[in-house]
Design a binder for this molecule. Structure first.
Ligand SMILES: [Zn+2]
Length: 102
């Protein structure tokens, strides 16, 4: 089943002390009743959320982006997308608020 996702807010944080080599994108569902596990929404997030984030960051639409269950933390609490090609910009952490459209 296709999940329809709308992006509410994109927030780029530049935490230089994190020393990450590639930008990370974390997606947060604002709808607290959403019980869809991330693993089931990855395809829909890739189609409906990632293009908006890339555009917001000024990166090319065809930039390679990979889902990683451990994008932000080794314990798995912060899954997200890792942008494979920073296109010369400094790595950033991007926080995206989304909502499921019912
Ligand atoms: Zn963690």
């Amino acid at each position: 089943m296709k999940i329809k996702i709308t992006v509410d807010d994109i927030d780029i944080r530049d935490w230089s002390e994190r020393r990450i080599s590639n930008s990370r994108v974390y997606v947060f569902f604002n709808d607290t009743t959403c019980t869809i596990p991330f693993c089931r929404a990855v395809k829909d997030m890739r189609e409906q959320v990632v293009p908006k984030v890339l555009k917001y960051m000024g990166l090319p639409a065809k930039t390679s982006v990979a889902w990683n269950a451990y994008a932000g933390c080794q314990c798995g609490c912060s899954p997200g997308f890792i942008i494979k090609d920073n296109a010369g910009i400094e790595a950033k952490e991007v926080f995206v608020d989304v909502r499921i459209v019912k």
